[in-house]
Design a protein around this ligand. Structure first.
Ligand code: ATP
Length: 359
């Protein structure tokens, strides 16, 4: 068993909190992605778990054991970093065997573990080469194989794909997911790339300013962000946010945004009426119409970006600018009038002063 637990973990640099009272549990065999902007504390949090930073408050638990004061080498953790960290003067085989020799394993066991890690990563044909004779993607595979070969209980990966080009990154994303699923390793994977986070993790922990602001499944984080930061950080394009208000009149509840209004029948209408609201809506949950009709909000097309699978529109409605997905075969010209249907069931309501979701 190698579940993990951060319990109110704190780490300060020059009296500034880099990690601020973080609580997080990762189940045995679970794959959790730590996602957040540069400088939010992701790497520091990983280093606290690995024992490379001493925590200033709180505790870390590995496999049910309080590991807060354990030496890094006693924590049974393997790490993969963004800069590969393969040794240039060692052949691939010796790079992979490095950690095992440090542990003074016998030669047969080392050979066996190197071979199985190399097979897993499809690099068995490169064992006699030096890193300089490999491509970037192959070098990254060596770094991962070296981590896998140690048979650690826990795998920590810090932006492992960020040095690869876009295509290779996409390939390695699926490859790493396959390997980690197969080995059922408890994994924490750090990235600031939200596509990686959404596509790889069992759960995503979103960090901002040293704190974890939401931990949920990728779909939940995408569809139901806990606050406006998460809604704008996760997803391309970011979630649209419009100031809105809700009024009730003769049994009908109406949402008003700067460009128009529409009826709202949600069960939470009473709770939302009269509050200062922000309406959060994803680009794909707004329908584009070419004619006016009741319940539609008028808008003007500013930019049309054909993306192949669909077209991305930038539109102006009242005082707001929105991103809207239109079908690939629809090409409204910039300057033309369109009408928007904002799907009320897909709206995420936020409080304008706290910026938090109203759930
Ligand atoms: P990135 O995505 O850019 O790698 P990150 O989310 O991993 O960022 P950290 O590297 O954990 O962020 O840094 C968190 C904060 O702590 C930053 O403000 C950083 O400047 C600061 N920090 C990190 N390491 C040190 C250090 N050794 N000394 C002083 N400040 C540090």
């Amino acid at each position: 068993m190698a579940g993990l637990r951060f319990e109110s973990v704190q780490k300060f640099f020059d009296k500034e909190p880099a990690v601020d009272r973080v609580d997080l549990e990762v189940a045995d065999g679970e794959f959790v992605v730590l996602l957040g902007p540069s400088g939010c504390g992701k790497t520091t949090l990983l280093r606290c778990l690995a024992g490379l930073e001493k925590v200033d408050g709180g505790r870390v638990w590995i496999g049910g054991r309080d590991a807060t004061s354990l030496q890094p080498r006693s924590r049974r953790i393997a790490m993969v970093f963004q800069n590969y960290a393969v040794f240039p003067h060692l052949k691939v085989v010796d790079n992979i065997a490095f950690g095992l020799r440090m542990q003074k394993m016998d030669k047969n066991t080392i050979d066996e573990q190197v071979r199985s890690a190399a097979e897993l990563l499809h690099i068995e044909d490169f064992l006699d080469r030096y890193p300089a004779q490999l491509s970037g993607g192959q070098r990254q595979r060596v770094a991962v194989a070296r981590a896998m070969a140690t048979k650690a209980d826990v795998l920590l990966m810090d932006e492992p794909l960020s040095n690869l080009d876009a295509l290779l990154r996409m390939e390695m994303r699926a490859e790493l997911k396959r390997i980690i699923q197969k080995l059922q390793l408890t994994t924490i994977y750090v990235t600031h790339d939200q596509v990686e986070a959404l596509s790889m993790g069992d759960r995503i922990a979103v960090m901002n300013g040293g704190r974890i602001v939401q931990v949920d499944s990728p779909l939940e984080v995408y569809n139901n962000p806990a606050d406006m930061f998460v809604g704008s950080f996760v997803g391309t394009p970011p979630m649209n946010f419009l100031e809105a208000s809700m009024t009730s009149d003769g049994g009908r509840t109406v949402v008003e945004v700067s460009g128009g209004s529409f009826t709202y029948n949600g069960a939470d209408a009473d709770e939302l009426t009269g509050r200062n609201l922000v309406l959060g809506i994803r680009a794909e949950n707004i329908e584009v119409h070419s004619q006016p009709a009741p319940e539609l909000v008028p808008a003007e097309v500013q930019v049309l970006e054909p993306l192949g699978s669909h077209n991305l529109l930038t539109v102006r409605t009242g005082a707001d600018t929105l991103k809207v997905s239109a079908p690939a075969e629809s090409f409204p010209a910039p300057g033309s009038d369109i009408w928007l249907k904002i799907d009320p069931e897909r709206v995420r309501w936020m409080d304008r002063s706290t910026r938090q979701a109203i759930t």
